[in-house]
Design a protein around this ligand. Sequence first.
Ligand SMILES: C[S@@+](CC[C@H](N)C(=O)[O-])C[C@H]1O[C@@H](n2cnc3c(N)ncnc32)[C@H](O)[C@@H]1O
Length: 285
Amino acid sequence: MNEFGGDWTENKIEIIVEYAKAYLNIMNVYAVKYSWKLLYFDGFAGSGFIIKGKDENQKIIVGAAKRILEIEEPRPFDLFYFVEKDELNANHLEENTKKLYPNKNVHVVKEDCNDKIKSMSQFLTTSKGKKHKVLAYIDPCGMQLNWNSLQTLQKLSVDVWILVPTGMGVNRLLKKDSNISEAWVSRLEVFLGMEKQEILNHFYKQTINHTLFGDETIVSKEDKAIEKSAVLYKERLSSLFNFVSEPYILKNKSNSVMFHFFMASNNKTAVKIANEIIAKYNKQR
Ligand SMILES: C[S@@+](CC[C@H](N)C(=O)[O-])C[C@H]1O[C@@H](n2cnc3c(N)ncnc32)[C@H](O)[C@@H]1O
């Protein structure tokens, strides 16, 4: 069972479930008309259940994978593809999904999400694959999603929800004085799909101090780096997809922003619906 989750965990799941129902409602008509198959892809699928909180405040939440599998109205998905890298979680997930729903077409794979996004993209370009329309949910706990994996989805019929660790990930790696270790720089580069210098130019400013012994250049981090990283990621997504939603903003109990949750698609109506759902949940906070 996965052990994580702040107050946002339930909302994130409610958002993806609500969107999935709207998606199935709209796509149902076309799926019948054009013999499309509707595929649900979950790249960081977890174990099936999430443990939230500690001791007497502990709560067990049904994970997104099971919630999506349980959708019958307006119709179920034709195919479920769950990716989970951790062996124990993947075994639990198999018990909680494939074994519990033998009549549904469920695949559980113990692999890296990045590899499976790339193989799905390849499949979607084949003549069989073109008959598949995808709703994808990318829900990592950190910065495990590589930009070059997302790039492969460009121009494909995929509506993708992505949890971006703006506060939890990007901001924590951006050290105040720009003295970032090579390992962290490389993680930022792979995650954002940008070169070191572009990243530094985006998040740091230089000021000149005139001292008695000459000028000193001071490098410091720009204010509001979390918000800046959300705007940047939205711009990056807009370079791949025609439409990107506003984010659902996930904050912890101390009101610090941890993640931004975006939806990207090549379909305008899809993003309009996503924005309506997101606005509702952002208001509820
Ligand atoms: C936030 S949890 C997912 C929760 C899940 N969406 C749910 O609703 O229950 C992230 C999961 O991704 C898995 N994971 C981490 N890195 C991964 C990777 N590179 N590829 C696939 N799964 C990964 C972790 O083991 C963890 O179970």
